[in-house]
Design a protein around this ligand. Structure first.
Ligand code: COA
Length: 195
């Protein structure tokens, strides 16, 4: 009981942080059979087949689709030979960006997923570059990503796409709003207030 209460008041999180300027980043290379789709607030409702496939892969994606409709996110979907093989998101505004202390004008990418049979073909890298283009289009100058400390596969894909591994971040969130980043990559501030 006390432990559960404390877990709500004090939250510890550790991440690996990656970043990339997207002002001059290149477009993803064309791979025969692959097609990349951008789901934006304007286009999402014209991709009903893709959105239902997204939800079939993970029910929680319906929340992301709602956020795309509200223009809080952009979704990038990769199809191979007509089948959805990868998805990933660009978060234009979200709480995690504040918790991480991303600089103004920078966006977070995340929730990448490649279906197991298609892993290891560099798809995550192409999706990162596509999300970089979407970020630039939305007026951002850089994209950042976080992974769990042990997610080596994801980190490799991000670096292959051109992102720089900036280092580890350890933070504490107190009462859901006060953030203390007691270990952080160079340039990130120690304290933050996130509502
Ligand atoms: C992380 C993930 C998105 C990477 O996608 P991907 O399209 O396979 O990315 P890449 O092709 O660039 O491969 C990245 C690394 O995955 C590993 N990998 C290669 N083949 C693999 C396979 N068949 N199965 C699992 N991992 C494989 C390799 O280490 C590869 O790096 P390398 O080619 O330099 O050795 C994918 O593994 C995934 O969906 N994982 C589960 C969800 C997840 O962890 N998401 C990230 C949250 S931050």
């Amino acid at each position: 009981m006390i432990r559960r209460f404390l877990a709500q008041v004090i939250m510890f999180r550790s991440y690996q942080i990656y970043g990339m300027c997207c002002l001059e980043s290149s477009a993803p290379e064309n791979v025969t059979g692959e097609k990349i789709f951008f789901l934006t607030s304007k286009s999402v409702d014209s991709f009903s087949k893709l959105t239902s496939q997204l939800i079939d892969l993970n029910r929680e994606n319906s929340n992301y689709i709602d956020d795309i409709r509200r223009d809080l996110m952009v979704g990038v979907i990769v199809e191979f030979c007509g089948k959805l093989v990868h998805y990933g998101f660009l978060y234009k505004h979200n709480r995690t960006s504040c918790l991480l202390g991303l600089p103004h004008g920078c966006a977070l990418i995340g929730n990448s997923f490649t279906v197991p049979a298609y892993r290891g073909r560099g798809c995550q890298g192409r999706s990162v570059l596509a999300r970089g283009l979407a970020a630039r289009e939305a007026g951002f100058s850089a994209i950042f990503a976080e992974t769990s400390i042990e997610n080596v596969n994801s980190g490799k894909g991000l670096v292959k796409a051109g992102m720089q591994h900036l280092g580890r971040m350890d933070l504490i969130v107190i009462a859901r709003v006060f953030v203390i980043r007691w270990r952080r990559p160079t340039g990130f501030s120690v304290l933050e207030f996130c509502t």
